[in-house]
Write a protein that binds this ligand. Structure first.
Ligand code: F6R
Length: 255
C-alpha cells in the first residue's frame, strides 16, 4: 500500500485524476470502478478538465460502487426527487465526458428484485473482465462503498441497511440540496461487497479533511476487521494507492 499525503484537498484531486488518467491513456478500454460522495468531486472536475484537453473516455467501461434502493435514473420522477447516484454521476461526470451510455454500470435501485440485481451486477463485472482500477472513499463508519460495520470482508454485491451516521452524512451532502426532508432518505442500498472490491486489479482510495482522520488511521494502521470494512485495504494483494490531505492524515502514526 502506497500512502501519499498531499498539502490540500485540491492537490489530492489533481493527483487522483492523474492516477486515473494514466491507465486510461495506456488502456483506452479500461474498466474503472467509480465512487460517489463529496470526496471524488474534485477528482471528477479534474478528469473533466483533462477531457477538455483530449483525454478520451469513449471506450472506458465504468462500474459504480452503490445505489440507493428505490432510486435510479427514473425520468418520470420530478427532477428534484431523483436523488439517485445515477443522477449524481450523470451531473458530476458522465454528461461532461464522451463516455458511452451503454458502458456505464450502476446498480439499479429500481429493480423489482433487488437480490437478483445484486447477482446480475456481479455477473456484469465478471463479463467485463473485472475492474482494472477501483476508486474508493471512506465513510465515517469506516465503510467502503456502503459496507457498514459488520459486513463480512468476503461479501459480494448485496443489499445493505444504512447506519444512522451514514444517513446523516449523506443527507447533509446530497439530499439536503434537493429540499427533500430527512424522512425521504432511503435506508437501504445495493452495494458492491468488500470481496467484490478486493478483486479489482488496483485500488485508489482517497480521503480528505480532519473529520476523516481517526477512521482513516484506524483503517490503514489498525486491526483488519469487518467492524471497519475499509481496513480490508490492508488485505489487498495488488497495487493500492491511498491519497490523503494533511487533515485526513493527521492521526496516522507513520507519517
Ligand atoms: C460512495 C461510497 C461511500 C463514500 C463514503 C464517503 O459511492 O461508496 O463509501 O465513499 O461514504 O463519502 P464522502 O466522500 O461524501 O465523505
Amino acid at each position: 500500500m502506497n500512502i501519499i499525503i498531499k498539502r490540500s484537498e485540491r492537490e489530492v484531486s489533481r493527483a487522483a485524476a492523474d492516477h486515473t488518467a494514466a491507465p486510461i491513456r495506456e488502456k483506452p478500454d479500461l474498466v474503472l470502478g467509480l465512487a460517489t460522495g463529496a470526496t471524488p468531486l474534485g477528482t471528477y472536475r479534474e478528469l473533466i478538465r483533462m477531457h477538455g484537453k483530449g483525454l478520451d473516455f469513449s471506450r472506458i467501461v465504468t462500474f459504480n460502487l452503490d445505489e440507493y434502493i428505490g432510486y435510479g435514473m427514473d425520468l418520470s420522477l420530478p427532477y428534484s426527487k431523483d436523488q439517485s447516484y445515477a443522477r449524481f454521476m450523470h451531473e458530476e461526470l458522465f454528461r461532461h465526458i464522451n463516455i458511452h451510455r451503454s458502458n456505464i454500470h450502476i446498480p439499479n435501485g429500481l429493480a423489482d428484485d433487488p437480490k437478483e440485481e445484486c447477482r446480475r451486477y456481479e455477473r456484469r463485472i465478471r463479463d467485463a473482465g473485472g475492474i482494472d482500477l477501483q476508486l474508493l472513499g471512506i465513510g465515517r463508519t469506516g465503510h467502503w462503498a456502503f459496507n457498514e460495520p459488520g459486513t463480512p470482508l468476503d461479501s459480494r454485491t448485496h443489499i445493505q441497511i444504512l447506519s444512522k451516521k451514514t444517513l446523516d452524512d449523506n443527507f447533509r451532502l446530497f439530499f439536503h440540496r434537493s429540499g427533500l426532508g430527512r424522512e425521504m432518505m432511503p435506508t437501504r442500498s445495493i452495494t458492491m461487497g468488500v470481496g467484490t472490491i478486493l478483486e479489482a486489479r488496483s485500488l485508489l482510495m482517497i480521503a480528505t479533511g480532519k473529520r476523516k482522520a481517526s477512521i482513516t488511521a484506524a483503517a490503514l494502521e489498525g486491526e483488519i476487521t469487518s467492524s471497519l470494512t475499509a481496513s480490508a485495504v490492508q488485505l489487498f494483494k495488488g497495487p493500492a494507492t491511498v491519497l490523503l490531505d494533511r487533515g485526513a492524515a493527521f492521526a496516522l502514526q507513520k507519517r
